[in-house]
Design a protein around this ligand. Structure first.
Ligand code: GLU
Length: 615
């Protein structure tokens, strides 16, 4: 039997809002543009789009209407992209006028409109749309507004003609702007473009997607295309929050707490930066020109979902996932003897900070505090960014400033997991140079950096791995406590093998018939989890053994062992091992097994310490 579909609580809530306000019959449909008067006052749609592209919609969410003033912030954003901040600010200010949409609020001296959300500022902004002819500017503008909606849009010719033929006040404004040289050339051109941009047909679903594009810092959540640079999306939202709702702007940001923009056809768009966009359509307007139902829906949504921008809880997740000490966590290079001892005693001087999520000031600042608190006990700090989803220039700067402070007090610092991070790379290279990048971020894997730190510690404490000719049998970790006679007896039962780099010594899944002592070179132990790529689990150096666990349980090989360099190994077959008892050498068996138990116990303890350190 198929499972019933469970309705989304969000869709359900929107339906409830729709039912609640559909009954509200206040307000008047705008008629000053005659064609707008044909709208049905009962049309009512609500849509909410998230920054990751989920759209919820109820009511007449696919009913088309003209965008009108809601085009103003979008064209403002496009002008910022096209001609840059300086040029835009020279033509249009960012001060709220607190006046009606068609007010003639110009600076008395310069003639500069107060802001781009009133008609004067919007007509001046339309004059900044680049293109070599009116047709080209028109096509370009339509395409770009379509990018905000992630679909091709069209203009409503009837509404355009209706406004063009009756928009005498806007015509007067355009000529006034021409008088002050705020627009150059024929003022009829930007005026015509303005009328046309206002006549673009949209649905309230489109408005929600446009709003979500602004909420996402300029990236359209459906097409995943960048429509605006983040700083321009921020500028657009700032001016929208102070001027978007005409003489209701102050109250709107006070009560609803989201930058919003309304249009005389009954559309309303609201943005909660970083989270979502809202689009509402209902033609009846209040005395200030805003959709009556639109405002009420925004109010309720803000209250019920806690969307007020200045009244929202902290949404930053802590960036520090965990801190580990080099005493608890080791690189994949397994160590024996003196090296192991040094790392056990001194490993605490290495600290690993695993960061995650989004690095912004508020998530990074506690990390900095934690690093500094422990810095006095450290010689090496590894900051792993492999799980960081996003970091801005400000966090790059903070990370590098932290690094400078640590280096000044003699601490070595490595940033790992950042090889593909272009923002960090550009920042590091601009501050130092390519060499600085290699020095700081040269190890991409945390494990390589950890091994480098271990090597430095070992060097500092005078215990370095033996150089060739390798580790003879008597110094092998499994032969601890063997007498010369016992070593000789064992040696007689071993086969020496020389293999070159990349040779496979053991294959996962194969039957186990021998164990190996590593005399010289390095081997890697590899696991291949189901469906995933093979992973290097650990690396062994001279003096260590492998394939020895099967000596105890005789189970098939659980991992593949491959030579990482040219190697020299000694093979002890299990057959030879088993025969030792019949040959009167069972004490050799006992000693080998006892040493093996010691090695395994040490590995288990260190694995436990690592697991504990992950809390
Ligand atoms: N096209 C309209 C006008 O300028 C837009 C006004 C609005 O939506 O606020 O009259």
């Amino acid at each position: 039997m198929p499972f019933p579909t469970v309705a989304s609580p969000i869709g359900h809530y929107l339906q409830h809002l729709h039912d609640k306000f559909a009954r509200l019959e206040d307000g008047q449909v705008a008629t000053y543009i005659p064609e707008l008067g044909r709208a049905n006052p009962a049309w009512f749609g609500i849509a909410v789009a998230t920054v990751d592209g989920q759209v919820y919609e109820v009511g007449d969410s696919r009913q088309e209407f003209t965008i009108q003033s809601i085009s103003k912030p979008l064209v403002y954003g496009l002008a910022l992209e096209a001609v840059g901040l300086k040029q835009v600010l020279a033509r249009v200010g960012v001060e709220p006028s607190g006046e009606a949409f068609n007010s003639i609020s110009l600076d008395p001296k310069t003639g500069r409109p107060l802001n781009p959300m009133i008609n004067a500022g919007a007509i001046a902004t339309s004059g900044l749309v680049p293109g070599s002819s009116p047709e080209e500017r028109r096509t370009r503008l339509l395409e770009l507004i379509g990018e905000f909606a992630a679909r091709d849009l069209a203009m409503d010719d009837a509404v355009y003609c209706s406004e063009r033929d009756t928009g005498h006040r806007n015509r007067a404004i355009a000529h006034l702007l021409r008088n002050f040289d705020i627009i150059t050339g024929d003022p009829e051109d930007p005026l015509d473009l303005y009328f046309r941009q206002c006549s673009i047909s949209v649905t309230c679903r489109d408005l929600a997607v446009m709003a979500a594009t602004l909420a996402g810092g300029g990236v359209n959540p459906l097409s995943r295309r960048r429509v605006l640079q983040p700083q321009n999306a921020g500028r657009l939202l700032s001016v929208m929050s102070s001027c978007g709702m005409y003489d209701y702007a102050g109250e709107c940001i006070y009560n609803v707490g989201m930058p919003a923009k309304s249009g005389v056809a009954g559309g309303l768009l609201a943005v909660l930066p970083g989270q979502l966009g809202i689009g509402i359509f209902s033609p009846p307007l209040d005395a200030k020109g805003n959709s009556v139902r639109g405002i009420r829906v925004c109010h309720d949504l803000s209250q019920d979902f806690g969307l007020h921008l200045f009244n929202s809880p902290r949404v930053v997740t802590p960036a520090l996932k965990h801190v580990q000490s080099g005493a608890d966590v080791r690189s994949k290079r397994l160590r024996a003897g003196a090296e192991l001892e040094v790392l056990r005693r001194q490993g605490g001087c290495i600290r690993l900070y695993q960061l995650r999520g989004r690095l912004v000031f508020a998530s990074l600042e506690p990390v900095i505090r934690s690093v500094l608190r422990e810095a006095a006990d450290c010689t090496h700090v590894i900051i792993d960014l492999a799980q960081v989803a996003d970091l801005d220039r400000a966090s790059c700067r903070l990370l590098l400033d932290l690094r400078d402070q640590l280096v000044r007090s003699g601490v070595r610092v490595f940033l790992t997991g950042a090889a593909d991070n272009q923002t960090l790379r550009n920042y590091v290279v601009s501050r130092f140079d390519e060499g600085g990048w290699t020095q700081l971020c040269g190890f991409d894997s945390r494990d390589e950096a950890l091994e480098a730190c271990e090597e430095e510690l070992l060097k500092r404490h005078g215990s370095k791995r033996p150089e060739p000719p390798g580790v003879p049998l008597k110094q092998q970790e499994l032969c601890r406590g063997f007498t010369p006679g016992e070593l000789q007896d064992l040696a007689q039962r071993l086969t020496a093998l020389d293999l070159s780099a990349d040779a496979e010594v053991l294959a996962a899944g194969s039957a186990a018939d021998a164990m190996y002592f590593l005399v010289q070179g390095e081997v890697g132990i590899f696991l291949k989890p189901d469906g995933a790529a093979e992973q290097l689990i650990s690396r062994l150096g001279p003096g260590m053994s492998f394939g020895e666990v099967a000596l105890v349980d005789r189970a098939p090989r659980s991992a593949t062992v491959r030579a990482l360099s040219d190697i020299q190994i000694l093979r002890l077959s299990f057959e030879a091992f088993d025969l030792l008892a019949d040959e009167g050498l069972s004490h050799l068996q006992t000693k080998l097994i006892a040493n093996l138990a010691g090695v395994l116990a040490a590995r288990l303890r260190s694995a436990n310490a690592e697991i504990r350190s992950l809390k």
